[in-house]
Design a binder for this molecule. Sequence first.
Ligand code: ZN
Length: 145
Amino acid sequence: MDTELKVYVARMSRDGDELSGTLDDSIYDLHDEYLKPFGGLRYELGAQMFGSELLVRGRLEQDFEAACSRCGQDFDFTVKVPDFTASFPVDEKTEFVELTQELRESILLTLPTYPVCREDCPGIEKTEKEAPDIRWAALDNLKKG
Ligand SMILES: [Zn+2]
């Protein structure tokens, strides 16, 4: 998998270029045992010159494995950036524009601060209290009778 994404400005077609592919997870350089990217950063981008600027727009996706911040269980989730936009100043000396850091930052900024396995995850404390309540058991028996 690639570890960088560069747009070679001089080689771009007049109508712009489509860029799609996957960047290696190592671009994140995360050393967090509770949050691990996997499968690579998937990108589908369009790049086009506007005057002295390179405009890049498109979609990004990255899968993560994380420990739920409420119950502590491992779960997988996908961070999606449906409207990635970035612009870069370009002049006649510019050979290429490096997009890797922009893509990486965009994914990291979209990451939830406290990832949870599901919206209504009750967390550890409540799950521990989930011992059967004898009052309800009594009601159940009534219904069955
Ligand atoms: Zn949870």
